[in-house]
Design a protein around this ligand. Structure first.
Ligand code: GCU
Length: 650
């Protein structure tokens, strides 16, 4: 595609395959995709590909041994031949991408037979895309990469070549599901479920060759707004029938449709509360409609009071998901998946892991991450989220399984992609998308190794200086971002509405439940059981105890759990106030340094990509300085405590 960045599938990545002799065995649509991939590589690089040919001297054999839908594959190499086998089409495709990732290494030495399979069956991106441009949120809610890939001029794009290319990229990092519209379902978008399902079918058709299923966000009020019924009561027989019929028609249009995503009773969206019913009742009504077709409903747990009175100290937004959903454990249908944000608030740069995860053993949970950088620099700042996500996935709510295993309903990320030529606005934000896919495949993967993989694929044949430079600007970028923004887990302090840039008190007296409570003596939210909101008590041991006391609470979460005086001494040995000053100066210095590193790579990166990143570094630096100066000045003025190093604070 002209002018579109190849991201982690540049032509060059196929050279090791394209220069060799490949045999492909088996039949079916995904085998055709594999065949197409290899054929193109051979056309480019001079190798050969045979389809179901006789045994011969092949360097690579890709063999489908069954007709299932398994995503597993085996990989081995001996006697000068590399072999991938799979019993399902998706497995063969993932096996091919495994070979692409290995590059030349796939054709050297020998490998014992390895079995690969994804640890999580569902690896999904939620696109917060609107069909019609929303007056406030634009076309992509919280989107920082241009318009929607799927929707243009109030309908599905006619030319779906880009969508197909997107599916290819996603498959190459292991993603197998895409929700094509915003969880806030507005009027036009509601109709995708019924009279406009054909447009969803077109998109599904473009993604299917890459093993990706389409899902749809639907409004709980659909029986009323689309069906003309008087109620959307989930226990009403007519309502259930409406959902069953509507869903049957969806499957007529899209036989492999994945299912629904629902944001109900959340931030103004309709839900079962209006009828006096529970979220399990709501989810189960839709699950019942989907069940005969093998579909699932992803029911979001992002339910809280967004019209809180800031004077009310008993209500704690962090508690809300647990309080709403834990009592419903065991009541959800087996094809209803509860989709939980990884933290209890809203994708802040630092949050504890949601206590809901681990507390609902009889419910299928999916964990939701945010690739779109709403609160982490909006794709103007470099902020590689691999370490944060990996930390959440490796967290063990109690003795036993880590979050990555408890997420039996899958791993979901809010997409960071749009119709931008670099896909993600900031070219380096592609690393987040790639890392998400790979962590969804293997939640305990080492994020640094994943980043390295992304670098080597995206910048083929990169000299060591480029690899080192890319690691230098990406590895610690999340830590850097945290340093110059809201300190020690307290969160927010962003400009209301668009959430970009600092405003320490932007949400302090708002109804959203996001407060830091800074006064002249101290800062932080007391969420202890002993004297606060009791949130710490939602965790199992040992965490309930660890978080309960400011003595044992990890520094990085201190202000999330405790209100402490500015002179409180952290485990690092610094006072809270000095920590605030120091990290804000350091954060800006680190951005300055990263910008220099990037500038030094001019000769090694193609000019358009280099220029795009360079331009964003200017903005990141400006913004980081603004954060530093506003935060430091605010706390100097509140506390009256001077910086121990006498640096300039305003
Ligand atoms: C955040 C975000 C909203 C989004 C919501 C959600 O609050 O700012 O734009 O709709 O999350 O996850 O539903």
């Amino acid at each position: 595609m002209q002018g579109v960045d190849p991201a982690w599938l540049p032509d060059e990545a196929y050279r090791p395959i394209g220069t060799r002799r490949t045999l492909i065995r088996g039949s079916g649509p995904l085998v055709e995709t594999v065949h197409g991939e290899v054929t193109q590589a051979c056309v480019r690089f001079g190798g050969s590909v045979s389809f179901d040919g006789p045994a011969g001297p092949y360097d690579l054999v890709l063999e489908l041994t069954g007709d299932g839908s398994s995503e597993a594959f085996t990989f081995e190499r001996g006697d000068g031949r590399t072999t991938v086998t799979a019993s399902g089409g998706p497995g063969l495709l993932y096996g091919l991408f495994h070979v692409v990732r290995l590059g030349e290494a796939a054709f050297r030495g020998s490998y014992e037979r390895e079995e690969h399979r994804p640890e999580l069956a569902l690896r999904m991106l939620d696109h917060w895309d609107n069909v019609a441009v929303h007056p406030v949120m634009g076309q992509v809610e919280r989107g920082y990469a241009g318009g929607s890939l799927f929707w243009q001029d109030e309908r599905a794009r006619g030319d779906l070549e880009r969508v197909r290319a997107y599916g290819r990229l996603l498959a190459a990092c292991g993603i197998n599901a895409v929700a094509v519209n915003n969880v806030n379902v507005h009027g036009t978008e509601a109709r995708l479920l019924t009279d406009r399902i054909g447009e969803v079918a077109d998109i599904a058709g473009a993604l299917r060759p890459y093993g990706i299923r389409a899902h749809l966000s639907v409004t709980f009020a659909a029986p009323v707004v689309l069906g003309g019924l008087e109620t959307a009561d989930p226990l009403d027989a007519g309502v259930r029938e409406w959902w069953a019929e509507a869903t049957a028609r969806v499957y007529e249009a899209i036989p492999d449709f994945g299912g629904y995503v629902v944001k109900a009773d959340s931030e103004g969206q309709p839900g079962p509360f209006a009828y006096g019913h529970s979220h399990a009742d709501g989810a189960n009504a839709l699950a019942a409609a989907l069940a005969p077709h093998g579909g699932i409903v992803h029911w979001r747990a992002f339910v809280y009071n967004h019209r809180q009175d800031w004077r009310d100290r008993r209500t704690d937004r962090a508690r809300a998901a647990y309080d709403h959903f834990v009592p419903l454990d065991g009541e959800f249908a087996s094809n209803a998946v509860l989709q939980v944000k990884h933290g209890p608030m809203d994708f802040q740069v630092r949050e504890p892991v949601s206590p809901l995860i681990g507390a609902m053993p009889r419910t299928r949970l999916a964990v939701e991450l945010q690739a779109t950088q709403e609160y982490t620099g909006q794709q103007r700042h470099v902020c590689w989220l691999g370490p944060m996500w990996s930390g959440a996935l490796r967290f063990r709510p109690e003795e036993g399984s880590p979050v990555g295993e408890l997420a039996r309903g899958g791993l979901v990320a809010v997409s960071n992609v749009g119709d931008d030529p670099f896909w993600t606005g900031h070219p380096l934000a592609q690393a987040n998308l790639y890392t998400f896919g790979r962590l969804a495949w293997q939640p305990d993967a080492d994020p640094d190794a994943v980043l390295d993989e992304w670098i080597r694929l995206t910048f083929p044949d990169a000299p060591q200086r480029l690899i080192t430079g890319l690691h230098a600007v990406l590895d610690g970028s999340w830590a850097t971002y945290e340093k110059y923004t809201a300190p020690l887990g307290v969160g927010f302090m962003v400009q209301p509405g668009h959430h970009y840039g600092p405003s320490v008190d932007g949400y302090e007296y708002s109804p959203w439940g996001t407060y830091h409570f800074a006064d002249r003596d101290g800062i932080g939210v007391d969420r202890s059981v002993a004297s606060g909101t009791g949130y710490a008590g939602q965790y199992a041991k040992p965490w309930a105890e660890v978080y309960e006391s400011s003595e044992t609470c990890p520094d990085e979460l201190l202000l999330f759990f405790h209100h402490v005086p500015y002179g409180h001494v952290l485990k690092s040995g610094k006072t809270v106030i000095q920590h605030i000053y120091d990290t804000h100066f350091e954060g800006v210095a680190e951005v300055e340094e990263a910008r220099e590193v990037w500038a030094s790579l001019t000769d090694l990166v193609d000019p358009a990509r280099h220029a795009r990143v360079a331009e964003r570094y200017e903005e990141q630096l400006r913004s980081a300085r603004e954060w530093r100066d506003q935060i430091n000045s605010y706390f100097l003025r509140k506390s009256g405590v001077p910086d121990a190093h006498g640096r300039r604070i305003y």
